[in-house]
Write a protein that binds this ligand. Sequence first.
Ligand code: NAP
Length: 469
Amino acid sequence: MPIATVNPTTGETLETFEPLGHDGLELRLARAEAAFREYRTVGFEFRSELLRRAAGVFETEQEQLARTVTTEMGKPLGQARAEAAKCAKALRWYADHGAALIADELPGEEDVADSGAVAALVRYRPLGAVLAVMPWNFPLWQVIRFAAPALMAGNVCLLKHASNVPRTALALEELFWRAGAPEGCFQTLLIDSSAVEGVIRDRRVAAVTLTGSEGAGRSVAAVAGDALKKTVLELGGSDPFIVLPSADLQAAVRTAVRARTQNNGQSCIAAKRFIVHTDVYPWFAAAFAQEMRALRIGDPLDPETEIGPLATRQGRDDLAALVSDALAHGATAEAGGLRTNGSTDPVDGAGWYYPPTVLTKVTPAMRIHHEEAFGPVATLYRVNSLDEAIEVANDSPYGLSSNVWTNDPAERDRCIRDLDAGGVFFNGMTASHPALPFGGVKRSGYGRELAGHGIREFCNATTVWVGQS
Ligand code: NAP
């Protein structure tokens, strides 16, 4: 894919960028190595201050950053502003808590004596330069949720951002520069995905984290595995949203619509499969389809807009193909789907729009039953019991998060025990928070971001043992 800013609202190419050549890449890798030599030795106070200053820049430049994001990938402007604010919050959270999360761990006195030592501890030391291969859908947040803990731990960051968000990628590099990051601590590499392998194999790169699709995860993990380098993978998801009879149904419908359509439906943790108990199915299905139909589609810079265009033409076409396949195999579109003239553009002529869509009568014979729908398309399933709901929920190759609407404590325990996912959110939608670990199981990836789990992923847990002298 060429590295370019293409406005998804109009399809217009606004700017193209030359990928880094050999010399440019070499310069940045050398800078990262030199930066790590120094940065690993600076104290937590220095790093906290850097993170706080970066948070300040996110706040003072929120509007400009948000407009850059919306212009490059099409999310409604209010959501882009909220994303910038969330980055500031995470930077401050790690500035406040990072040092404690990776403070020395002291084993019990008896265990120390039993090991034959007079003293023993575990010290968390940084690994080095960490390559972050990132997606376009939350182009600020995905980067910061990796960079805040990585920088706090003393690592340095190399960002290979998605090819369609180069302005955002460069803005992030500049933001850290203006926040006073030492040269080489945070660098953007404008490179094509074919150049990622060489960077992973470079001896100056210690580890790699990737947020993106399954295919990208597989190739990055294969190269990193061959080079014996640590990886964290945050991949796709097709999260279930289970609604049981004891739920507050109105709240469930409102949240279901938001969970499916935030970020124009392009979120890994968006609820995608709605699994509803037969006792409440008719009411839920009708209300959900009606609210999906009522969403305001339009220019994402317009404050009234709830659904903007999808980020890329390819993404829109892939989604349309998934829906067409379902309809061809007997699904029914209760909202959206193909228009009678075959067009999926709700606004004439321009932009990569796709109408909010609700599909029923979905069966395992359809691709959408197993694949991730990365856009505002929901599938509805009718089930007769909690057992059946869990069975349908787990019938997916993915296991990122899950949502369950119930007020029955026994049903909650059952879901925590049996849902194959990295999270279970009750009576609400999945959202990330700096204090809570984030990540999945199955083909949604491995490793965790955020909280203490995230900061320790790129640390060397060093055993220190002191014998009697
Ligand atoms: P993508 O095509 O996999 O791209 C993600 C990043 O990987 C981009 O920087 C891309 O670079 C790079 N890339 C692609 N193929 C690669 C390869 N073979 N080797 C090395 N790098 C490669 O994903 P996307 O379409 O941008 O993002 C949507 C996907 O990300 C969805 O599946 C979504 O669920 C997932 N996602 C997961 C999370 C999570 O936390 N679990 C969060 C957000 C998104 P180019 O742009 O240059 O191709």
